[in-house]
Design a protein around this ligand. Sequence first.
Ligand code: SF4
Length: 433
Amino acid sequence: MLVGLRKPCLADLHAARRKRARLSDRSPTTILACLPPLYIAMNNPAELFDASRRRLFRGRLLRWFGRHARELPWRGTRDPYAVWLSEIMLQQTQVATVVGYYKRFLSRFPTVGALARADEQEVLRLWEGLGYYRRARQFHQAARIVVAEHGGQFPRDVETVRRLPGIGRYTAGAILSIAFDVRLPIVEANTRRLLSRLAAYRGDPASGGGERLLWHFAELLLPRKRTGRFNQAMMELGGGICMPQKPRCEQCPVATLCEARRLGLQADIPRPKPPAALTPRREAAVLLRRRGRVLLLRCPDGGRWAGLWDFPRVALECEKPAERRRELAEKVRDLTGVAIEPGELLHTIRHGVTRYRITLECYAARCLSLGSPPDGATLKWLRADELAQYPLSTTGRKLARLASAAHRAQRTTPATAPCPPATGGAWLRRRRW
Ligand code: SF4
């Protein structure tokens, strides 16, 4: 059964024929690439993987997993809270990055009740550096719902689980199958690629039709029992062997059952996406100091880094340095109500956020006068030693270190000390705000 794919019309066939005729390279890969999606993505998983092939597949996969599964802190636990935490942290994040965060978070909040009682700021502080902070806020909100509405017991019904903030079809399937062996399939980045290759699916796996086909295939492969172990084995195979570039087919336990390998199409499946174009953007942040404290503001809900704190930071459009300073002062006053005089450029950080390639300039700034902050803005003037308690973005934390270093230098350097040479960081040692 093909799900959601357009039936090719005569025009598609003519177009494919014309394209193929123009090609000097007549390799099977090139010819397949010319065909309309239906002809290539025609594998019906139910026919391709009949009952005996599915049995063979499960047996080989699970034996391989028994021998080669990596030791990870969340492996072996059936505690739904711990499984849930690992699944949320692993979304869009590498396993190696998650391990330390997972251990720290679990030791601070060992139960769903402990998390539900926590202050959001502390939750975000523990999440700091892991990115995608919405995950942390939704996880926290969902923990409160589990405590308030389910007596602290993680629900076992998939529909109830999917109503919790931050839990979609994949996460619900992963938690319920791993913690309770509920028979639910999973499709995430690694398994999507693996399933596409196993069935030699040449369409776009992220399209509506592709999604339906792969979820159907994942469900078909599921055993009746120990589905959690099977799902983990699929993720392990997808992440460790069936890699995006250069899959390790020679080490793959199911290589003889893989359609993409049989057709020699591993490198072409899934169809590579064109790299996203990055938009350059210039931003500026100010270390605005007043009476030994620096100004931070809370990032509003619905925007970038919602719930975190940040130094006043704005996008700049002017090109000339003098105009940029004027623009910076105006925009900071609009953002905070504080009139400032921008000082030296302290530091420049280049980083990427979603589709932007950002050049962030960090300026020292002097407070000229205080005004009323705009409606909804939450501002705090903090001592340097208080900055560690507040959750900041990665670049925000770099700026906080800069502010703390300046503060320390100011306390230890006598006002009459000779100025060090004006090289990188010199400003920190000699400048008095
Ligand atoms: S044979 Fe290669 S392409 Fe097929 S599933 Fe195994 S690693 Fe992936």
